[in-house]
Design a protein around this ligand. Sequence first.
Ligand code: COA
Length: 389
Amino acid sequence: MSVSIGIHDLSFATGEFVLSHAALAEHNGTDLGKYHVGIGQQSMSVPAADEDIVTMGAAAAAPIIARHGKSQIRTVVFATESSIDQAKAAGVYVHSLLGLQSACRVVELKQACYGATAALQFALGLVRRDPTQQVLVVASDVSKYELDSPGEATQGAAAVAMLVGADPALLRIEEPSGLFTADVMDFWRPNYREAALVDGQESITAYLQAVEGAWKDYTEQNGRPLEEFAAFVYHQPFTKMAYKAHRHLLNFCGHDTDADAIGRALGQTTAYNAVIGNSYTASVYLALAALLDQADDLAGRALALLSYGSGSVAEFFSGTVVAGYREQLRTEANRAAITRRTPVDYAGYRALHERAFPSDGGDHYTPAQTTGPFRLAGISGHKRVYEAR
Ligand code: COA
């Protein structure tokens, strides 16, 4: 009998501050309805000066280590598209901050917002090879577009940590996967840029094309029929995108695109992304957390997941919710991660957005702002310095 493998635990962290879309709309004169209804966003997380993908990733993973220990973790895969170094994996800093064992492989993965799903799939393969081992998958991103650009309203920041192992407590990941890759320039960030470049409308078209392609392959690989899924968990660069994607899928399959039915299929997946904003690699797993935290008992039910990363790669796959999963959820901590954020006004957000370390190799310290468990103390001799608080 083949061993069941999947997500054993899931935890997330987000930034110290939050900018409301009302504050952004007041600054740029946009009708608030465009943000609240048109793109489906209420607010976005803004990292403190001493937070980054490492501090958020370590903060997300720490509760997992506290609950399950470290001894079975022999691999850490860190997925991000807002990388802080061209050579060193951000996961090595996380490994150090969490005090993981030295007998461990650590690597960073990149393919825009899709990277965490690649990490999850690679983790499944490692656990299949040796079911006594666990893999820590960390998806952490700071989404940053130019000030006063259309992308500005779809920023955000968060990290999701997942423990992948045999006999998972939350979600058994199933075969097959539907895959899709196409070479498109809808979103990219050249090495010399801090902020991403995006062709917004092209990215929506490319996302929909990828949904169609991944689903087509999923059916060709003998996946489940659409009717079997209790809910659909989509990557959400802005929550309205999930609605566009599901309507497109239903149309493609010749199903009714009744708004109520679409709401029932994915309405419970958007609560965290609507207030955190785009967290790139973490987004689809924040949607999963929101669903598990809010839905009536899903034990034994199949969930569909659609992961999309611009450029572009997509994967449609499924999981079955494990009996007893509710006792393992971190609902209270998840809600606290959101409510603990301090509101920042537009000027404060702008100052944080414009912050950058000088590249002179000197000693540059960051102000102590975060109330999270880890902080980026500064940069010295081109080396990032992290510390536990
Ligand atoms: N009330 C309600 N809805 C409103 C509105 C109002 N006052 N004003 C506009 N809208 C709606 C528009 O009709 C549109 O809805 P639709 O797409 O369902 O037609 C939506 O709000 C967005 O308006 P649009 O003019 O397209 O916004 P934009 O040019 O500012 O671009 C994004 C929006 C999402 C493309 C832009 O923020 C962006 O480029 N983001 C980054 C890329 C991204 O997230 N891509 C997603 C795929 S990975």
